[in-house]
Structure formats: structure tokens, C-alpha cells
Ligand binder design. Structure first.
Ligand SMILES: O=P(O)(O)OC[C@H]1O[C@H](O[C@H]2O[C@H](CO)[C@@H](O)[C@H](O)[C@H]2O)[C@H](O)[C@@H](O)[C@@H]1O
Length: 397
């Protein structure tokens, strides 16, 4: 379909198909305890096996009327409630308990128990499985801050993620531009899926003959061969145009900020006075309503403008597991940790699988498909340290 400025937006793409079987694997199961190969050690060149068609369904464009603008705003507020308000508003709450913050929070914690407190029980079943670790970035590995350019992760967090990646296939799945999140994380041994999974890059895996995968073999910034998968790669010039238009609008609203995430664009509300939120949301709507193939999702004081394709963090998670050669559902144990609404797509995918662990990072009540919770990035750090310790102990035993 031809959109604007000569940009084509295809819903079916054709990609090259180098074998993409990851270190088989860093995550060792009980049956291969001696193998502690790291992701970084992947060096065998991939062999092209021919083109593969990968079909993407288009989702129907969402109406953006006044009602949906108000829903955006409500949803953004629920995503980032002030610390003082641990409970949901009564109109969105599913609980029948008295509406005090503490009882509601306790009831919520009972439904989404701490992944730290329940670690041993959770990991009893994971021990013999292929564990994959998927991590969101903002609000999960780094604390939420006002300036998105300064959302740094601590060295302690970087060190533990590095250690995690020596034992398990580890990927960052973020709404950010992939290059930007790499700047923050700086760990070449990980997979990176930017733009809510619409831009996946990973190190070339060790290959075994006949393993099929998707993506294009290419070189990264340092000249290493990598695999790249971009299901919406025809949308970039539209996103450039939308970014420019939104920048113009944002200039007139104090505190508003637009971030170009390559295959999507973020509109930041965090530093905008709440009385101006409606105005900013209306301006966003006035831009995107001319683009029927774009829609907005909501996050923590942010609107994310994205292409209307059926691709999200959940699809990215499935894609990585499948292309790494682990179609066998029972043998795989994905762990997904995230703090925001866009992570819900991944939580749903984990929930549909027989095994896995989904963790919402939140210190307040939020509706979620995650089975477990952690309060904040500090608890994420502790959980990852625990995971490493647990794996080291099981290697020894
Ligand atoms: O998928 P994520 O890694 O969680 O990325 C989602 C968005 O995160 C960033 O925005 C959020 O964090 C900022 C820095 O702490 C904060 O200022 C903002 O209010 C949050 O919404 C990022 O800037 C966005 O581009 C991402 O889409």
C-alpha cells in the first residue's frame, strides 16, 4: 500500500534466512551441565539457506476520537501512578476488597507474588529447561528519570546482566531505538530488540546444518557479522515525517518531548504540566489521524506511535525463541521482566506457554498478565543476582 511521500508500507515481507541457531546454549540444562558456553563466543559464520517469507498481519487501524484521547490519558496515568497511590482507581479495579491502598495492594501482591520471595519454588521446574532471559530496559534495568537521555543503568546492573548472559540466552526488548539502548547497556553478548521488537539484532549463532532462521546477515558497527530482523523496515520515512510534525507541535508545549525510536516515535508527557496533557494528546491525534496505518499505545507518561502491524514485544520474544531453534515448547523456560503496558504483550505470550515466568516491575497495583512481581529495578538486580547464584550452584551440584 502506498502511503505518503512515496513510502511503501508492506504487511508481508521477504527476508533472507541465515541459520540462526544460538549457542546451543549458554543456558545449560541439567543434562549438559559442563557446557557453559557464553553468547559472546558465537563465531561460526552463518550459511544462507535461501529466502523465507515471513507474513505479518496488519491490525485494523484504531479510531482516534475524543474518547480514545481520554483513554490514552487515563491509561498513561495508571501506568505511572504517584508513589503515594498504590491502588487503582475504583472504576478500573477488579478487586472487591475495601478500597484502601494497603488492602488493595496486599490482595494484588497475593495474585502477583514476589519473584524473589518465591524464587526456589519457581525454579524447581526450570532447572531442566532451556532458560531464556528477556529484559525490558526503562523502569526495569534503569530507574525512571525525567530526561530519557539520562536513563543510565548502574554498573552493578550491567555486571549482573553480563553474568546472566554467560549462562542464559539474554535479550533486551525495548521501546527504544536499538542503537540507543545498546549505548546504555554496552554488552555485545546480548540480543537487542528495539522499537518494541521491530528491530532485532543478535550475534551470529553457531550453526548446525539445516537450521532455518529469519533475518538478514549484516555487519554491526564494529564490523562483526550479525543477524538483523526488521519487520516494518518500510515505515522509516513515514516515522521521520511524523517525528518532524510532532516536533513542531511539541515545541509549542512546555516540557513536551519527542523521541525518534526508528520504527516508532515516543511523545513524552512526563515534564508537561498535567493541565496541558489534553492539549498535547489532541495535537498528537491531529498528526496521526492522517496516517491510517499508525496507532498509539500508552506507557509511563508516554504515547508510543507505532505502525499498525501485528508485531510487538510478545512476537519478538516468540521470534527469538523460534529462530534460535527452540520450537519445542516444553523444553523452554522464558523469563520476561518488564514494567510497562507494552510489556503486557510479552507477559501474555509467556502465560500461554506451558512453562515460563513473567514479572511485572511495579510498586503499585496494576492490571497485568504477569504472574509475579518485583517492586523496582533494585529488586530486579537482586533477582538477577539470585538467578546467577542459583545457576552456579546447580552447575556445581
Ligand atoms: O520498553 P522500554 O525499554 O520500557 O521503553 C519504553 C519507553 O521508555 C522510555 O521512556 C520511559 O523512561 C524515561 C526515562 O526514565 C521516562 O522519562 C519516560 O517518562 C518513560 O516513559 C523511552 O524514553 C521511550 O522512548 C520508550 O519507548
Amino acid at each position: 500500500m502506498l502511503l505518503r511521500n512515496g513510502c511503501f508500507f508492506e504487511v508481508t515481507i521477504i527476508v533472507g534466512a541465515p541459520p540462526f541457531k544460538k549457542a546451543a546454549m549458554a543456558s545449560k540444562s541439567k543434562t549438559s551441565k559442563q557446557n557453559t558456553t557464553t553468547n559472546a563466543s558465537l563465531s561460526s559464520p552463518a550459511t544462507l539457506t535461501g529466502a523465507v517469507h515471513y507474513s505479518l498481519k496488519k491490525i485494523s487501524p484504531r479510531k482516534t476520537d475524543n474518547k480514545s484521547i481520554h483513554e490514552w490519558l487515563e491509561s498513561m496515568k495508571e501506568s505511572s501512578p504517584p508513589r503515594s497511590r498504590r491502588c487503582l482507581r475504583s472504576d478500573t479495579s477488579a478487586t472487591l476488597e475495601p478500597e484502601t491502598p494497603d488492602t488493595q495492594y496486599k490482595a494484588w501482591k497475593a495474585r502477583h507474588p514476589s519473584a524473589l520471595d518465591n524464587f526456589d519454588r519457581i525454579f524447581e521446574v526450570a532447572d531442566a529447561k532451556q532458560i531464556f532471559v528477556f529484559l525490558d530496559y526503562d523502569g526495569t534495568l534503569s530507574p525512571i528519570v525525567e530526561d530519557p537521555e539520562r536513563a543510565f543503568m548502574s554498573d552493578e546492573m550491567r555486571n549482573v546482566v553480563k553474568e546472566v548472559a554467560t549462562f542464559f540466552v539474554t535479550a533486551i526488548i525495548t521501546g527504544r531505538r536499538r542503537e540507543k539502548v545498546y549505548e546504555f547497556v554496552q554488552l555485545p553478548e546480548l540480543y537487542y530488540a528495539g522499537s518494541h521488537g521491530m528491530d532485532i539484532m543478535g550475534p551470529l549463532p553457531q550453526t548446525s546444518n539445516g537450521v532455518k532462521t529469519y533475518g538478514t546477515k549484516t555487519l554491526d558497527g564494529t564490523g562483526n557479522e550479525v543477524v538483523l530482523f526488521q519487520p516494518a523496515n518500510d515505515i522509516t520515512c513515514i516515522m521521520d515525517e511524523v517525528y518532524r510534525l510532532l516536533e513542531e507541535k511539541a515545541r509549542k508545549i512546555s516540557g513536551a518531548r519527542i523521541e525518534h525510536n526508528k520504527f516508532c516515535v515516543s511523545v513524552h508527557f512526563r515534564c508537561v504540566k498535567e493541565e496541558n496533557w489534553l492539549h498535547l494528546a489532541e495535537e498528537v491525534n491531529s498528526v496521526i489521524k492522517s496516517y491510517p496505518n499508525l496507532y498509539a499505545t500508552q506507557g509511563r507518561k508516554v504515547l508510543e506511535i507505532r505502525p499498525s502491524i501485528l508485531w510487538n514485544k510478545g512476537r519478538a520474544l516468540e521470534f527469538l525463541i523460534r529462530t534460535l531453534g527452540f520450537a519445542n515448547r516444553n523444553g523452554v523456560f522464558p523469563i520476561y521482566i518488564g514494567d510497562d503496558q507494552t510489556d503486557e504483550d510479552a507477559f501474555k505470550v509467556v502465560a500461554r506457554r506451558r512453562h515460563g515466568l513473567s514479572i511485572l516491575v511495579s510498586d503499585s497495583v496494576k492490571e497485568t498478565h504477569a504472574s509475579h512481581s518485583l517492586q523496582d529495578p533494585n529488586e530486579v538486580l537482586k533477582f538477577l543476582q539470585h538467578l546467577v547464584k542459583w545457576r552456579k550452584m546447580s552447575v556445581r551440584s
